[in-house]
Design a protein around this ligand. Structure first.
Ligand SMILES: O=C(O)[C@H]1O[C@H](OP(=O)(O)OP(=O)(O)OC[C@H]2O[C@@H](n3ccc(=O)[nH]c3=O)[C@H](O)[C@@H]2O)[C@H](O)[C@@H](O)[C@H]1O
Length: 435
């Protein structure tokens, strides 16, 4: 049998008039087939080009050196949008739909879970950076996933992503918890604070101001804004213009930026000054957390003291109390007043202390941990380093009590007991190292 030529490979349509196989017809059929092939190849290449050019995941950061610190994340597409919509769907009559930034962080995870439990729509956003062990963030993400909260992987500096999220879901609220935290790390990596706490916050507000409807925003400020203030307990009316660390300065800047966006665009904004939040699923960079790890390992810990052996103390606040404060702030947040980026009237602007209003010396915290872990700590008493730490914090919470119904109920002993139980379970009795 004569082998089939390439042209013979192209099937003829059955039942149609068959052309004469003259050499002339052979040439025309061949030419038209090549033309068809070329045409479809061009269409295919064109589609690939359009897809990559317009794809939201092709982050411009890679070509812009000033934003090189942004990682590229993959997002978008019908399946992704479906997950976003489903996670943000409100399941009760008076529920709200909340975008939680920093959702795989310590406070973010607890707040997202609490909102979901009561039937609100919740969508998380987190960049999973490696400031501390990202596997802990992944474990929190898995926890949220199981309760129906989808955490989108992305950065608050990514305007295209934020716009897309608001296109897909008309969020009524934003709980903004994504930030570069930690007082001492600000001396090591100052630009990370500017990137997240200033540039990222402004980017988020820019998108919120243009969203229709504009969401109400509740966000995390910090007790550190009180800086060198010596009046105790710290009241929202006290001076906050003497920050002792760059971290504090960026949080204070956030409060001023919030004022601007409220004033110009009518965004409803509530800042919450958190006081040394602790508890299960906490942050490994915080003292109570790494003290626990080091005590269990038999490693010495440094306990800071002020000048003339002055006590260093913190108004340690348990996570469940903080969550109640966050929900109270969301529930009492009034609507933003702007539309299409224009203010239509005065909007709410608030700031609240969320503390425990019962400071405890750091040395007492260590004594509680020793009892709970049944291990004696190797204590090194050292002078409070000049790296941004302040000697004392103490919250006046009367304003949050009055306006948000905030009432902390967990003392340090009770809260640390819950933390230690979680820690020992999560790190397999302390044998698996935490970082
Ligand atoms: O309220 C806040 O706004 C901040 O709270 C938290 O900061 P801090 O109150 O400084 O907590 P944390 O580091 O746990 O130190 C606790 C105590 O241990 C002392 N401390 C610390 C380290 C050490 O080696 N020895 C020591 O004595 C230290 O001097 C301090 O007295 C958050 O990290 C921060 O992100 C921000 O949210």
């Amino acid at each position: 049998m004569k082998p089939m030529s390439r042209l013979d490979d192209i099937p003829s349509t059955p039942g149609k008039f068959k052309m004469d196989k003259s050499p002339y017809f052979h040439r025309t059929r061949w030419q038209s087939s090549v033309a068809k092939l070329a045409f479809w190849s061009l269409v295919f290449l064109g589609l690939i080009f359009i897809f990559f050019y317009r794809s939201p995941s092709s982050n411009p950061a890679s070509s812009d050196p000033s934003r090189r610190s942004l990682r590229t994340y993959s997002w978008g597409g019908p399946a992704w949008e479906k997950r976003v919509r489903s996670s943000a769907r409100v399941r009760t009559r008076h529920g709200v739909s909340v975008l939680v930034t920093g959702a795989s962080g310590f406070v973010g995870t607890h707040v997202s879970a609490a909102l979901k439990r009561r039937g609100d729509g919740v969508l998380g956003l987190d960049n999973f950076n490696d400031y501390y062990d990202p596997s802990l963030k992944r474990a929190r993400q898995a926890l949220l996933e199981r309760s129906g909260v989808f955490v989108v992987e992305g950065d608050i500096n990514d305007a295209a992503l934020l716009k897309k999220l608001f296109e897909v879901v008309p969020f009524t609220h934003v709980m903004h918890l994504a930030a570069q935290a930690g007082v001492r790390y600000a001396m090591e990596n100052p630009s990370s604070y500017v990137h997240s706490n200033i540039a990222g916050f402004v980017n988020l507000l820019e998108v919120c101001k243009s969203a229709n409807p504009q969401p109400a925003i509740v966000w995390a400020s910090s007790s550190s804004v009180y800086g060198l203030n010596t009046r105790v307990p710290f009241s929202e009316k006290d001076r906050t213009d003497q920050p002792a660390s760059l971290y504090a300065a960026t949080k204070k800047a956030g409060e001023e930026i919030a004022h601007t966006y409220n004033h110009i665009y009518g965004l409803s904004l509530t800042g919450l000054r958190f006081f040394t939040v602790y508890g299960p699923w906490g942050r490994p960079d915080m003292a109570y957390f790494f003290f626990t790890r080091d005590i269990l390992k038999g490693k010495a810990i440094s306990i800071f003291e002020g000048a003339n052996h002055g006590t260093v103390a913190r108004d340690f606040t348990y996570i469940d109390d903080i969550v109640k404060g966050c929900l109270g702030a969301l529930d009492t947040a009034e609507k933003s007043t702007g539309t299409g980026g224009k203010k239509r009237g005065a909007a709410q602007l608030r700031v609240f202390n969320l503390g425990n209003t019962s400071p405890v010396p750091v040395s007492d915290l260590v004594t509680i941990l020793e009892r709970l872990l049944k291990v004696k700590a190797k204590r090194n008493i050292t002078k409070l380093p000049r790296n941004g730490d302040v000697q004392f914090t103490h919250a006046n919470i009367s304003s949050a009590q009055r306006e948000l119904g905030y009432k902390p109920t967990t003392d340090l002993q009770t809260g640390l007991k819950k933390f230690a139980r979680w820690y020992l379970g999560y790190y397999k009795g302390g044998k698996k190292a935490s970082s």
